[in-house]
Design a protein around this ligand. Structure first.
Ligand code: EPZ
Length: 418
């Protein structure tokens, strides 16, 4: 297993190009199953997760050519609505094939995803919604078996769910009648999925709001060419890298509109941010970081996928800050590792109290999930001395060529075989 060697304490400086959004690419790749056709997707990031979804599509019978971030997917010969445990256990987002299977085949066999690094991640919202739409849903040998002709109904999610919203939208495409969803997820990645389905001919009202209405039954065209949106979580991570190292980084191919709360929070922390149509520049002339309390929330709130990275920044703030994760109350495996850099953090349930210190010191640490890995990289870049980060296959799931991008902005980072 690879690891990163980082010699920190240097200010990062330069330009970085933001890759396509992982969490938009995955549902959109799954949506190509709904209607047999030839799809050309641009700005698809080269990640372990997108390669896992490519393998899953090929197991289902699709052919996929992937070159230079463009994915050509032909789903004409798909004939096996099965997503096996061996794939789903490595990537929970494989569950996104459930809705497309129901729309294309009227049946599905999808492995129940296990937990993840930070605890259980149920899919009850997805299953309850399909049952409401008329599917019979059973569980046997760890596999979800769903079957039936779906009809449009009103679905209300007690808690906003990105995945469940995506699956219901994709299941509604060929359901009889109109499916309405209240408390739908408004994340840009769900907007991108809805835009993709609209380009194919689906009629969706309320895109970008928490109330969606999908008119089922419109015959989709047999394929489309689509440009994926930029990855706002990668972009936020690089903005925090600029802040924590007192650097000067310009993000290219970013979308500032997807980063409003992150930009506002960084300004509260005393960092300077400039933006343009598709770029964002971060500088930290004061070289100080103000403590800023944070509570994660669904979009457009502060994303849980940047909680770990924000905590890394707060470890070097001038004072005490409180970070609460209300989306995943147990997503704190990174705290013990951050403490190895000398950070002072106390955790009480889903509330982390960080007492900022002047200098972090390099240390060997271990990644536990995609975003925890990112927080350890940020801390290592800021820390004095050498750090080693192991199990970096986690970071390769969600960040494209991260060490190449970091080297290009003066980071001293090398990937070595462990
Ligand atoms: C998506 O996961 C993202 N993954 C996650 O990013 C992200 O952290 C999460 O949304 C929240 O923004 C992808 O898009 C591939 P949810 P998802 O359903 O859809 C509860 C990353 O690092 N819930 O919005 O699985 C759930 O436990 C990953 O890129 C149920 O209780 O998240 C959580 O508390 C990590 N029952 C809340 O809802 C359900 O059936 C939000 O989860 C579904 C969800």
């Amino acid at each position: 297993m690879d690891k990163f060697i980082i010699h920190g304490g240097k200010s990062l400086k330069g330009e970085v190009s933001i890759s396509g959004a992982k969490n938009a690419a995955l549902p959109i790749m799954a949506a190509t199953i709904i209607e047999p056709g030839e799809y050309i997707l641009h700005n698809i990031p080269n990640l372990r997760d997108t390669l896992t979804m490519k393998r899953l599509l090929e197991m289902i019978g699709a052919t996929v050519n992937y070159n230079n971030n463009t994915m050509e997917i032909n789903t004409v010969d798909c004939d096996t609505p099965i997503a096996p445990y061996e794939l789903v256990k490595t990537m929970r987002a494989s569950f996104y094939v459930l809705g497309p299977f129901m729309s294309r085949f009227g049946e599905a066999q999808v492995s129940l995803p296990g937990g993840c690094a930070w605890g259980p991640r149920p899919v009850d919202f997805h299953l309850k919604a399909l049952e409401q739409m008329g599917a019979s849903v059973t569980l046997s040998d760890g596999m979800i078996h769903a079957k039936g002709k779906l009809a449009g109904v009103h679905i209300h999610f007690d808690k906003s769910s990105v995945g469940a919203t995506g699956n219901v939208v994709m299941a509604a495409v060929y359901a009889e009648g109109i499916t309405t969803i209240s408390n739908a997820a408004m994340e840009p990645e769900i907007v991108a999925l809805c835009d993709f389905l609209t380009d194919l001919g689906t009629d969706i009202n309320g895109i970008g709001t928490d109330t969606l209405a999908i008119t089922g039954g419109n015959k989709l065209q047999n394929g489309v060419e689509f440009n994926n949106i930029p990855d706002r979580i990668e972009a936020g991570t690089f903005l925090l890298a600029g802040a924590i190292t007192n650097g000067e980084i310009t993000l290219l191919n970013a979308d500032p509109d997807h980063l409003k709360v992150v930009i506002d929070s960084l300004k509260q922390a005393g960092v300077t941010i400039e933006t343009g149509r598709d770029w964002v520049k971060v500088t930290n002339p004061s070289k100080k970081i103000n403590p800023v309390n944070m509570v994660t929330a669904v979009y457009p709130g502060f994303p849980t996928d940047l909680q770990a990275q924000w905590i890394a920044l707060m470890t070097r703030a001038d004072g005490h800050s409180i970070i609460i994760d209300d989306i995943y109350t147990d997503r704190f495996t990174h705290l013990a590792e951050l403490s190895r850099f000398g950070a002072h953090i106390q955790l009480t349930q889903n509330r982390a109290e960080i007492y900022g210190i002047d200098k972090l010191r390099g240390a060997p640490v271990m990644s536990t999930d995609i975003r925890a890995s990112a927080s350890l990289i940020l801390a290592a870049l800021a820390a004095e001395g050498k750090s080693e980060i192991s199990r970096i296959y986690h970071i390769d799931r969600g960040y494209e060529n991260i060490e190449t991008k970091l080297k290009a902005i003066r980071a001293d980072i090398d990937r070595v075989k462990a």
